[in-house]
Design a protein around this ligand. Structure first.
Ligand SMILES: C[S@@+](CC[C@H](N)C(=O)[O-])C[C@H]1O[C@@H](n2cnc3c(N)ncnc32)[C@H](O)[C@@H]1O
Length: 257
């Protein structure tokens, strides 16, 4: 269950960068006339208009556990359901289950992905994008900084989303279950600007479990963020024009039943 304090304002600071992989995945969805398209972990609903534009005849529904994120979808004309993806059961089998940057927050992908396939209508498609960033300084330095400093006791046992499987792992889980499977990895080079932009990026997503654990001690939270910024700095230097480049690896999965 995603119990983190998702903050749409923080998350949407990098709206374009975070939407880009969703658009790339939507562009690879097979042509067809799906009746029901579900966006799992739809968040603030950024991908919903693109899904609706791709499939004008479809009912497009967003599912997310965060009321704060779903509040940003209100008024955009899309149906939403507040539910945990881990236990969500559609009333009607969807023709397309789409998920951008959400399923890495759930564990046990060896069971989750077959379960999602089993929920699809015959001939349905499962289309997923997840960050594959565990080895990158952005993610790898979080537990290192968390373990050293006056915040360490409060952060003991706290961690962000676990590492996803390697592409070969998804192949072994999914290929026996579907006739068509595409896997690919893209590394985007995000051009970020502003004060400590990589920290700001992480505050919107992967740092949430750490920040939630320090929510009632703002001075420790700020000191932790300063130490994280200092640890990141040599890995994400400023370019000559002041921009910071954030290489960001993402894993894509397109399974056709
Ligand atoms: C990084 S945001 C991505 C939002 C959106 N898909 C996008 O591309 O902008 C991750 C979203 O997944 C949702 N989420 C994480 N775990 C979830 C779970 N177990 N059940 C439902 N939603 C979940 C969070 O609430 C959050 O809105």
């Amino acid at each position: 269950m995603a119990t983190h304090s998702w903050n749409p304002t923080q998350y949407l600071q990098f709206e374009d960068e975070r939407l880009r992989p969703a658009l790339d995945l939507i562009a690879r969805l097979p042509a067809g006339e799906p009746r029901l398209v579900v966006d799992l972990g739809c968040g603030a609903g950024n991908a919903l208009p693109a899904l609706a534009a791709r499939f004008p005849g479809a009912r497009v529904v967003g599912v997310d556990s965060s009321a704060a994120m779903l509040s940003k979808v209100a008024g955009k004309g899309f149906e939403t359901i507040q539910a945990d993806i881990g236990t969500w059961q559609p009333e009607t089998p969807p023709d397309v289950i789409f998920s951008n940057a959400a399923l890495h927050w759930l564990g046990d992908h060896e069971r989750l992905f077959p379960r999602l396939l089993s929920l699809l209508a015959p001939g349905g498609v499962l289309a997923v994008q997840m960050p594959a960033m565990h080895a990158a300084p952005l993610r790898a330095l979080q537990p290192v900084v968390a373990a050293k400093g006056p915040w360490a006791a409060k952060l003991a046992g706290i961690g962000s989303a676990r590492a996803i499987l390697e592409p070969a792992g998804y192949y072994d889980v999914l290929r026996p279950l579907v006739p068509g499977l595409e896997l690919w990895v893209t590394e985007y080079i995000h051009v970020l600007r502003g004060e400590r932009p990589v920290v700001e990026w992480a505050k919107g997503t992967s740092l949430l479990p750490f920040l939630d654990a320090l929510a009632d001690t703002p001075e420790l939270r700020d000191a932790f963020l300063d130490a994280y910024a200092e640890a990141l700095a040599p890995h994400y230097p400023r370019q000559s024009d002041g921009a910071v480049l954030l290489p960001f690896r993402r894993q894509f999965i397109l399974a056709r039943t």
